[in-house]
Design a protein around this ligand. Structure first.
Ligand SMILES: NC(=O)c1ccc[n+]([C@@H]2O[C@H](COP(=O)([O-])OP(=O)(O)OC[C@H]3O[C@@H](n4cnc5c(N)ncnc54)[C@H](OP(=O)(O)O)[C@@H]3O)[C@@H](O)[C@H]2O)c1
Length: 228
């Protein structure tokens, strides 16, 4: 049990990757606080579940992370999964999309991480894992706002890893390609789904980064692309 006894908060926990992460971390022995903007789904299984939280709101994020730490008796890890996607060219799209993706993809990771830092430092072996994206390395047409926000997540990861290096907290990010989710299958029905990376495969890499075995890894941006 790689995460036996670990106390882990997961944001975006009711989405496709988030729900898989909660399940995989729980199976690895962690107690998980699941946090999301959506309402808690019926029958959702986690040590504690906190719904209806907009993590772009710094006060709401602090309240939720403090509640998670209280419910679990502290925090050893934070997985920042809350996020979203838009494809839009600059010529035909809205400037507001850039603000939206900044808020949902980057600001949520900033607020949750800031709120979690005291708890993770108190743990003595704290972990933050962020979700950037393959598009943060090279953006395609229509991916500007998304890639910029996910590049922001990558830079946050590097800066925070340096900031927390001597305080016992590692900070890493994974860079998924297309994830095999129901939403992506519906959007791209003709794609070869077998080439995509699954939520379970991503969750396994995140479990490793949360575990004691990854104590020497910090500031890493880890591509997890399947066969894309
Ligand atoms: N799907 C892909 O192919 C892909 C590829 C690369 C990276 N990623 C990244 O991987 C992560 C998970 O993707 P996914 O496909 O699992 O997404 P998803 O199913 O849409 O789940 C995302 C969850 O985050 C929540 N959320 C959004 N904004 C929030 C906020 N302000 N505060 C709190 N929670 C918020 C959403 O709630 P609502 O339903 O209320 O919005 C949703 O439950 C995201 O960061 C995404 O950008 C995805």
């Amino acid at each position: 049990m790689e995460l036996q006894g670990k106390r882990i908060a997961v944001t975006g926990a009711f989405g496709a990757l988030g729900a898989a992460m909660v399940q995989t971390a729980t199976a690895a022995g962690a107690r998980v606080a699941a946090i999301d903007r959506a309402a808690v789904p019926n029958g959702f299984v986690a040590a504690t579940a906190i719904g209806n939280v907009d993590l772009a709101d710094a006060n709401a994020a602090r309240t939720a992370i403090d509640a998670a730490a209280k419910a679990l008796g502290g925090l050893d890890g934070l997985v920042n999964i809350a996020g979203t996607f838009r494809w839009e060219t600059l010529a035909d799209g809205s400037v507001d999309t850039w603000d939206l993706l900044y808020r949902v993809n980057l600001r949520t990771a900033v607020t949750a991480s800031k709120a979690a830092i005291p708890h993770l430092v108190a743990s003595g072996a704290g972990r933050i894992v962020n979700i950037s994206a393959a598009g943060s390395i090279k953006a395609a047409a229509g991916m500007g706002a998304y890639a910029a926000s996910k590049s922001g997540v990558a830079r946050l990861t590097e800066a925070l890893a340096e900031e927390l290096k001597d305080r016992g907290v590692t900070v890493n990010a994974i860079l998924p390609s297309t994830i095999d989710t129901a939403a992506n299958r519906a959007d791209m029905p003709k794609a070869d789904f077998s080439r995509w990376v699954t939520p379970a495969q991503l969750s396994n890499v995140i479990v490793f980064l949360l575990s004691d075995r990854a104590s020497a890894v910090t500031g890493a941006l880890v591509p997890v692309m399947g066969r894309v």
